[in-house]
Design a protein around this ligand. Structure first.
Ligand code: FAD
Length: 299
C-alpha cells in the first residue's frame, strides 16, 4: 500500500484499486477481510445490476442481427438472441487493494536489490541443492553464508518435494481500450505452458458475460504461468543446514560438499509453495526469512 501511494508506484507497476468479487451463491467471508483498508459485502443493487440482461439501446438487437426482444434496463427485461447469458452473481464483496503488474514489479524489485549493492549471478539450473557445492565460487571456498531456497515449483525435482504441484494460469491481454488482463485459469496439476485455445475462448466469453463491453475486444497477447502450489506453504529453517565446501571446524580448508564430512554447514531456509499468492505474501515471507536467519545467528 505504501508503494502504491509513493512516487515509485508507476515504475513499480503498483496501483491502488477497488476489487469486486462475484460468486454464484453465498460463501464464507474470507479470513483476510480485516487486512484491506476497506471490505464490505456487495450491495444487492450491484448484484442485480450485473446479473440482469445486458442493456442495449433501442433497436440494438436488430442492428446486431438479433431476433428476440431487445434487452432493457430492468431485471425483467428479455435477452437478445445473440447475447450471452449474464453470469449468475448472487453474492460477493468489495475491497480496496493494490494491483501489481509483475512484468514491471519484478524488474523494479531487482533494481532495488542492485541499488543496495546486491549482485545477481545467473547459474545453470540445479538438480539438487547439494549441487551448489559444484559452483566455481563455492568450490573455491567463497560460498554463501546462508541459502534461501525460493525455487517454487522447481522444488518438485530439486529436493524433491512431491507436495509441490503446478496450478496452471492462462490469461489473455486485450485492448479495452487500455491494455486489460482477463483470466486466469487455476488448473491444479496441469504442467502445460502452451496457450490453450479452448481456455482462451472460455476466458473471453466468461469475461464478456460479466462485462459486455469486453465482447469482441482485440486480443493483444496470451500468457501461461505455473503457480507453485503446495498443500501448505513451506517456510522453515532446515535442521542441520546445508553442507558446503569451505573451512571446516578444525580450521583446515576442505572440499567436502555433497553431504560429506568436510566443509561447513550453512543455514538453509525453505521459502516456497505460495501458489497464487506469491506477490501478495512476498514481503511478509521475506520478513520471516530474515527472522529465521537472525535466529540462526547468521544475521
Ligand atoms: C496467471 C497468474 C496469476 C497470478 N496472480 C497472482 C496475484 O494476483 N497475486 C499474487 O500474489 N500472486 C499471483 N500469482 C502467483 C505468483 O506469480 C507466484 O506465487 C509467485 O511467482 C511465486 O514466486 P516464487 O518466487 O516462489 O516462484 P517462481 O516465481 O516460480 O520463481 C522460482 C524461481 O526459481 C527458479 N528455479 C526453479 N527451479 C530451479 C532449479 N532447479 N535451479 C535453479 N533455479 C530454479 C526458477 O527459474 C524461478 O526463477 C499468479 C500467477 C499466475 C501464473
Amino acid at each position: 500500500m505504501q508503494l502504491a501511494h509513493s512516487r515509485e508506484a508507476d515504475a513499480a507497476g503498483v496501483t491502488l484499486c477497488r476489487v469486486n468479487s462475484f460468486y454464484p451463491g453465498e460463501q464464507p467471508l474470507p479470513f483476510w477481510r480485516h487486512i484491506p483498508y476497506s471490505f464490505q459485502e456487495m450491495d444487492p443493487r450491484m448484484l442485480a445490476a450485473v446479473s440482469r440482461p445486458h442493456w442495449r439501446p433501442a433497436g440494438g438487437a436488430a442492428a446486431a442481427g438479433g431476433a428476440a426482444t431487445p434487452a432493457a434496463g430492468g431485471a425483467a427485461a428479455g435477452r437478445a438472441a445473440d447475447e450471452p447469458e449474464p453470469l449468475p452473481c448472487r453474492w460477493g464483496y468489495q475491497w480496496s487493494s493494490v494491483v501489481c503488474e509483475g512484468s514491471r514489479y519484478l524488474p523494479w524489485l531487482t533494481a532495488q536489490v542492485e541499488a543496495m549493492g546486491g549482485v545477481l549471478l545467473r547459474r545453470p539450473r540445479l538438480s539438487s541443492l547439494e549441487q551448489l557445492a559444484e559452483l566455481p565460487e563455492v568450490a573455491a571456498g567463497g560460498g554463501p553464508d546462508a541459502v534461501v531456497n525460493a525455487a517454487g515449483l522447481g522444488n518438485r525435482e530439486l529436493l524433491p518435494d512431491e507436495q509441490v504441484v503446478p496450478i496452471r494460469g492462462q490469461i489473455v491481454r486485450v485492448r479495452a481500450p487500455d491494455s486489460v488482463v482477463l483470466g486466469g485459469t487455476g488448473q491444479v496439476g496441469n504442467f502445460s505452458r502452451e496457450v490453450c485455445p479452448e481456455d482462451r475462448s472460455r476466458i473471453l466469453e466468461g469475461c464478456a458475460r460479466l462485462l459486455p463491453s469486453l465482447a469482441g475486444a482485440e486480443v493483444l497477447s496470451d500468457w501461461v504461468g505455473l503457480r507453485p502450489g503446495r498443500t501448505r506453504l513451506r517456510l522453515e529453517l532446515q535442521e542441520g543446514g546445508l553442507r558446503l565446501p569451505g573451512t571446516g571446524e578444525d580450521g583446515g580448508a576442505t572440499g567436502g560438499g555433497g553431504g560429506g564430512r568436510g566443509g561447513r554447514e550453512v543455514p538453509l531456509v525453505h521459502n516456497y509453495g505460495h501458489g497464487g499468492a506469491g506477490l501478495t505474501l512476498a514481503w511478509g515471507c521475506a520478513g520471516d526469512v530474515v527472522a529465521l536467519l537472525q535466529r540462526s545467528g547468521v544475521l
